[in-house]
Design a binder for this molecule. Sequence first.
Ligand code: NDP
Length: 447
Amino acid sequence: MANYDDEMSGYYDKLLRRNAGEPEFHQAVAEVLDSLKIVLQKDPHYNDYGLIERLCEPERQIIFRVPWVTDSGEVRVNRGFRVQFNSALGPYKGGLRFHPSVNLGIIKFLGFEQIFKNSLTGLPIGGGKGGSDFDPKGKSEQEIMRFCQSFMTELHRHIGEYRDVPAGDIGVGGREVGYLFGQYRRLSNEHESGVLTGKGLTWGGSLVRTEATGYGVVYITNEAMKHNGDSFDGAKVIVSGSGNVATYAIQKAQELGATVIGFSDSSGWVETPNGVNLELLREIKEVRRGRVDEYCKEAEGTFHSDGSIWDLSADVALPCATQNELDGDHAQKLVDNGVKYVAEGANMPSTADAIEVFRKSGTHFIPGKAANAGGVATSALEMQQNASRDSWSFDYTDERLKRIMENIFRNISDTAAEYDHEGDYVVGSNIAGFKKVADAMLAQGVI
Ligand code: NDP
């Protein structure tokens, strides 16, 4: 049987040479190429027509200047990005991230992951991602608005309902989407609701979009648990982060009877052995825009500025903060403490070493491209509502989200088994996501 190690090493070496200094992008591609070796053993035609090289090269990369003026009259210059990675299945779709760590490599890793994630949803959306190295922390409301307006002044010419549909991500929530949409509407002189998702409910937004990623992580984990005779009821759960994804993962896990024993932000983590008072956490993070230590002054919980949230002993771990927040040592600690399920709410929160530990130990590990697909899936449902000028009820939309997450679980689980890697959801997600995009690319010719 052919061995595709050399083939994949060749692609990877070339990618390293042509995309120097982009470690997150290399990491995301390496994981997928590893799974593709397994596909090629069975289906060698996926190696034809430069398919794999084309898949790893964005269709278009846009980098632009974003000048804006502070409240005190100083001019600041940030850098904006939009990477339109692959549109074989539909318009580019993926969020915008505003965070000081943003650079081209981070946007490329996120855009690359987005291709497979969007494919897994079963909906007609391609993969893209964008953002800026702008830091919203400590900025006034007016500064945020001016920045969003300047960002959209350039971005607007590259997006559209049938071309590219951005949404939120880290640092871009409902407030920012509002300012971005307002500026788009002004520049285009059209109320093109389908151009952005995550909109407000009175102007084209969808119920459940805010909750979707967090709920989706819990729905898919619940499926995996049912598959193995377990349930959230009575389980101990760690959720890292305290932003959009974490908040609604905490809510849904607690609704299903779990106790969430810890959450975090970039200042530290909070241990909550008797569960999280979600109302208070939301008040602190969403209204006061404060730090997690404030939580412990008003509710039961211990704040830690050192050590790691992954030192806690739990049945389920849901990393929902940021990339590479969980390394090999953390993973080993979780495994030693008896973790059985890990599902990634964030994009690529586990390092390659951590994933290796989970796979070797038999932990049920669901990678982000499957586990956090509920957000983009509900964005696609928002696009459907915009196209038909309709708005669906919360329960109906939530039910559709749940079905999508159940289908994703079935798809990645069946695919892993079909390729003789039963229970390996990394392989299952990469292969199932890849095949649909690859078939479309092959059908559409060398472009
Ligand atoms: P938010 O900005 O709402 O929240 C991010 C959270 O992570 C904040 O609590 C932030 O803390 C925390 N955080 C960031 N860096 C660190 C760190 N180094 N250590 C600990 N905590 C940290 O973003 P989202 O919740 O929207 O996104 C979280 C993750 O989920 C990202 O990886 C994103 O790409 C992914 N994702 C999001 C989707 C969505 O629909 N929003 C969809 C799919 C994936 P602080 O406030 O201190 O910065």
